[in-house]
Design a protein around this ligand. Structure first.
Ligand code: FES
Length: 73
C-alpha cells in the first residue's frame, strides 16, 4: 500500500497550517500574501506557498505532497 506524504507546515518558519487556519478564522478573507506578511511563510524558500493556498481554500491543515512531474522526452 502506497503511503501519501502530507505537508502540514511551513518548514522554514516552523509554522503549522493549523496555526494559519485558526488565525484565518478570525478574518473575513486571507491570502497567501497576508500569511507571508504576518508569519513569514513563503518568504524564504517559497515551497510552502502552493500548500498554504490549498490549506486556505479547503480548510484542511494537511495537504498531499505533490512532486514535480518528470518531463517526457
Ligand atoms: S517552507 Fe515556507 S518558506 Fe520555506
Amino acid at each position: 500500500m502506497k503511503r501519501q506524504v502530507m505537508v502540514d507546515r511551513c518548514v522554514c518558519h516552523d509554522v503549522p497550517f493549523t496555526t494559519l487556519l485558526q488565525w484565518a478564522t478570525d478574518r473575513t478573507s486571507t491570502t497567501v500574501n497576508d500569511v507571508r506578511d504576518t508569519f513569514g511563510c513563503s518568504s524564504s524558500c517559497g515551497m510552502c506557498r502552493r500548500y498554504i493556498e490549498e490549506a486556505l481554500s479547503t480548510g484542511c491543515a494537511k495537504v498531499p505532497l505533490r512532486l514535480q512531474q518528470e518531463r517526457a522526452e
